[in-house]
Design a protein around this ligand. Structure first.
Ligand code: FAD
Length: 642
C-alpha cells in the first residue's frame, strides 16, 4: 500500500512557499459508527473532505486575519492539541516573538462536549480514535470480539474533551521515584509547582491549603450534585480506618469527595483552559482537522527540521527554526516517532522504514485497568443516579441555569479512596495499590427502557454477557465502586501495523499476565466487601449482586476463582496508557527521551505528553499531562533563552 502525491505546490498568502501536494492514501476510512451521534464528531475521511453539519456549534480556531495558509516556518511546531500540547502552546506563545504552529487531527469542541454526563457517549463518536487492543487470551472476555476498546480523544483539547474530568495528582512518592531513577527535576517538590500553577481550586475548605493553586486556568471543584451514597462511602471508609481527606494533598492516604475539572456544571478541557483565551494571539496558529504524518529529520546530522502534515487532502510541510514537539499522546506519539525513523531498529526494518535512530519506542506500556462488575443492590429507591430518572427536561433547564443536576456529574463518580491491600509488596506505606472509584450508581444506571446504555457500550461489553450478568437489575437503584489497579506488574507494548500514518498501530496490553495483579484485584474486592458490611451501607441494605458470567459458570460465586474470572471477563481500562516514549537518563536502556524530554540521539525534537511517564503513578493522567506540558514549557524556554 503506498501513498501517492499529485503536485499542487503553491505560494501561501504570506508570500512564502509551502510544499503542498494533493494527498491520497489507500483505504483509510473513518471507523464505522452506527448512529446519529457520529455526526457530532463528523467523520474524518482522507478521500473526500467531510461536510461538517455541526461546524456552527463548534468553537473555531481561525488563523489570524488576512492569513489563509500557515507560514512555511515556525519557531516550534507542536503535534497534538491535547492535555499537554494545549498547556505547552499557551506558555510558549506568551512571548509574542515566538511563533508556534499547533496541529490537531480532531475538531474543536462543541456545546455537547461541555456536558459532563455525556462523557461516555463520546466514545461512540469521531471525537475519539477508535483503537482496539490486540486480542489477548484470558482477558477482555466479555467485550465485543474479546478485545478491549482503547479510545483516545481526537479534538482540540485532546482526551480532556472526552474524559471523565476526575482530577488527581499522584502520591509524592510516585514522583520521587521517577526522580530517583535519574530524572532530575521530576520529584514531587518539582512537579507540585506546576499543579499549583495550573489550578484554580474552588474546593470549599481545601483551597487555602499551601499545596493548592487559586490563580491557574483550570478550575478544580467538587461536583455540585451528589447522591446520599457519596457520604455513605466516606463514612464507611472512616469506620475501616480511612480518614476523609483532600486526596490530592501530599500528606495521608484516605477517601475523599471527587475533585473535577468542571466549573458551573460545564467541562473544562485543556483547550478551554489554555487555548480559548489566547486564540487571538497572532503568534499562535492552530490547525484542526490536520494530521501530522512525519517528522522530518536529517539522517546525517540527526536534527529535526520540520513536519509533514495532511489537511483537506493536501500534504504540507512546515519547517522549524527551533524544535518539533510531539504531543500526540501515548499511542500516536510513539507511532509518529517510528514512522519518522526513530524506534526499534529491527521493527522499523520489518516495515521498510529507514532507521535514523534505534530507540526502544513503544516497548513499554503501562495502563490502569479496573473492574466495573462489583455492583450492590439497595433497599431504597431514588437514592442513586439513574439515567431515566435524572436526564429529564426539567433537569436540563436547571443545568443550563445553575450548572447542577446529574448533567453536571462526571458519569456518576462521587469519590475516590486510596487503599493499600494486604497483598501489596510495596514497602512504602504511603503508596496505595488500589484506587476505589466511588459511583452513585453502577454500570446498570444507564439501562432500562430507552436509556442510552452508554457506559457498557463505551466499554464494548457484549449485550449477551451484560444481560446475563446484570439484566435482572438493569436500570434499578444500585451502588458500585470500580477498583483500579494502580501499579500493575504486567505491562504491554505498541508496534506499528504498517507504515501507513493513518493505520492504527498494534496495541498489546498484556493485562494480568503477572499473578500478583490478579491477587491485588481479589484483595481489593474483599476490602470492598468489608466496607459495604459497615452500618452506613447496611442502612441501605447494600447487597452484592451475584452476577453470572458465561465464562465463569464453573466457579462458585464469591470464590477467589470466581472473582479472578469476573475480572478477566470485564477487564476495563481507565485509559491511562503511559511509558511508550519513556523518560530516562542516558544509559537507561528503556528510555526514549531524557529528563528534559529531548529524544535521545536527536536534536531539536522533544516528546511532551503522558507517554513520557516512565512509571505508574497513583493518578488518572489528565492533570499529570497538563503539568508535563507546563514543565516542558519551562525547559524549552531555558534551552532557547526565550
Ligand atoms: C475515556 C477516557 C476517560 C478518561 N478519564 C480521565 C479522568 O477522568 N481523569 C484523568 O485525569 N484522566 C482521564 N483520562 C486520561 C487522560 O485524559 C489522558 O491521559 C490525557 O488527557 C492525555 O493527555 P496527552 O496530552 O498525553 O494526550 P491527548 O490529550 O490524548 O492528546 C493527544 C492529541 O494529539 C492528537 N493527535 C494524535 N495524532 C496526531 C497527529 N498525527 N497529528 C495531529 N494530531 C494528532 C490527538 O487527536 C489528541 O488530540 C481518560 C481517558 C479516556 C480515554
Amino acid at each position: 500500500e503506498e501513498a501517492t502525491f499529485e503536485d499542487d505546490s503553491g505560494v501561501n498568502d504570506m508570500g512564502s512557499s509551502t510544499r503542498r501536494k494533493r494527498f491520497f492514501w489507500g483505504d483509510y476510512q473513518s471507523p464505522a459508527v452506527e448512529n446519529f451521534m457520529k455526526y457530532i464528531g463528523s467523520p474524518y475521511n482522507t478521500q473526500s473532505p467531510s461536510v461538517d453539519f455541526f461546524s456552527f456549534l463548534r468553537d473555531p480556531y481561525p488563523l489570524p486575519k488576512g492569513l489563509k495558509e500557515p507560514y512555511s516556518e515556525y519557531d516550534f511546531v507542536i503535534i497534538g492539541a491535547g492535555s499537554a500540547g494545549c498547556a505547552l502552546a499557551s506558555r510558549l506563545t506568551k512571548n509574542r516573538n515566538i511563533t508556534v504552529l499547533l496541529l490537531e487531527t480532531g475538531k474543536p469542541e462543541m456545546i455537547l462536549t461541555d456536558v459532563p454526563a455525556f462523557a461516555p457517549t463520546f466514545q461512540a463518536t469521531d471525537y475519539v480514535w477508535h483503537y482496539y487492543m490486540e486480542p489477548q487470551r484470558g482477558v477482555c472476555l466479555g467485550m465485543n470480539n474479546k478485545r478491549c476498546f482503547w479510545p483516545r480523544g481526537r479534538a482540540v483539547g485532546g482526551t480532556s474533551v472526552i474524559n471523565y474530568m476526575l482530577y488527581t495528582r499522584g502520591r509524592p512518592k510516585d514522583w520521587d521515584r521517577i526522580a530517583a531513577d535519574g530524572n532530575y527535576g521530576w520529584s514531587y517538590n518539582d512537579i507540585i509547582k506546576y499543579y499549583v500553577e495550573l489550578e484554580n481550586a474552588n474546593l470549599g475548605g481545601y483551597e487555602k491549603q499551601p499545596h493548592r493553586g487559586r490563580n491557574g486556568e483550570m478550575p478544580v471543584e467538587f461536583v455540585k450534585t451528589k447522591t446520599p451514597l457519596s457520604n455513605v462511602f466516606l463514612e464507611a471508609g472512616r469506620i475501616l480506618g480511612h480518614p476523609t481527606v483532600d486526596y490530592n494533598a501530599p500528606e495521608e492516604l484516605g477517601f475523599g469527595q471527587i475533585q473535577v475539572t468542571i466549573s458551573n456544571g460545564r467541562r473544562y478541557s485543556a483547550a478551554k483552559a489554555f487555548l480559548h483565551r489566547h486564540k487571538n494571539r497572532p503568534n499562535l496558529h492552530i490547525l484542526s482537522d490536520t494530521t501530522a504524518t512525519k517528522i522530518l529529520i536529517d539522517p546525517q546530522t540527526k536534527i529535526a527540521y520540520g513536519v509533514e502534515y495532511v489537511r483537506n487532502n493536501l500534504l504540507y510541510t512546515s519547517l522549524v527554526r527551533k524544535e518539533v514537539i510531539v504531543s500526540a499522546g501515548p499511542i500516536a506519539s510513539p507511532q509518529l516517532l517510528m514512522l519518522s525513523g526513530i524506534g526499534p531498529q529491527e521493527h522499523l526494518n520489518s516495515h521498510k522504514i529507514p532507521v535514523i535512530h534505534n530507540l526502544p519506542v513503544g516497548r513499554r506500556l503501562y495502563d490502569h485497568i479496573c473492574f466495573p462488575g462489583l455492583v450492590y443492590t439497595l433497599n431504597a429507591t431514588g437514592i442513586s443516579f439513574i439515567e431515566n430518572r435524572e436526564l429529564s427536561l426539567r433537569n436540563t433547564i436547571s443545568w443550563l441555569q445553575h450548572g447542577d443536576t446529574a448533567y453536571a456529574s462526571p458519569g456518576g463518580v462521587e469519590g475516590i479512596g486510596y487503599i493499600k491491600t494486604p497483598v501489596s509488596d510495596d514497602p512504602e506505606p504511603s503508596v496505595p495499590d488500589i484506587e476505589l472509584i466511588n459511583i452513585g450508581g453502577s454500570i446498570v444506571s444507564d439501562g432500562g427502557p430507552g436509556a442510552s446504555k452508554s457506559v457498557r457500550k463505551g466499554m464494548r461489553i457484549t449485550e449477551s454477557i451484560f444481560d446475563e450478568a446484570f439484566g435482572s437489575i438493569d436500570g434499578t437503584d444500585t451502588w458500585s465502586t470500580f477498583p483500579m489497579l494502580l501499579h500493575p506488574k504486567s505491562f504491554g507494548y505498541i508496534e506499528l501495523k504498517d507504515s501507513n500514518p493513518f493505520s492504527h498501530p498494534r496495541l498489546y496490553g498484556n493485562y494480568l499476565t503477572d499473578p500478583r495483579d490478579v491477587a491485588t484485584f481479589v484483595a481489593a474486592i474483599r476490602h470492598v466487601q468489608a466496607l459495604t458490611a459497615t452500618a452506613p451501607f447496611q442502612r441501605y441494605g447494600a447487597k452484592i449482586h451475584p452476577a453470572k458470567y458465561k465464562p465463569c459458570r464453573k466457579h462458585t460465586f464469591d470464590s477467589d476463582e470466581y472473582w479472578e474470572c469476573a475480572v478477566r471477563t470485564l477487564t476495563a481500562t481507565l485509559h491511562h496508557q503511559i511509558a511508550t516514549c519513556r523518560m530516562g537518563p542516558a544509559g537507561d536502556k528503556l528510555a526514549v527521551v531524557d529528563p528534559e524530554l529531548r529524544v535521545h540521539g536527536i536534536k531539536q525534537l522533544r516528546v511532551v505528553d503522558s507517554s513520557i511517564l516512565p512509571r505508574t503513578i497513583s493518578a488518572h493522567t489528565n492533570a499529570p499531562a497538563m503539568a508535563i506540558g507546563l514543565k516542558a514549557a519551562d525547559l524549552i524556554k531555558q534551552t532557547w533563552n526565550i
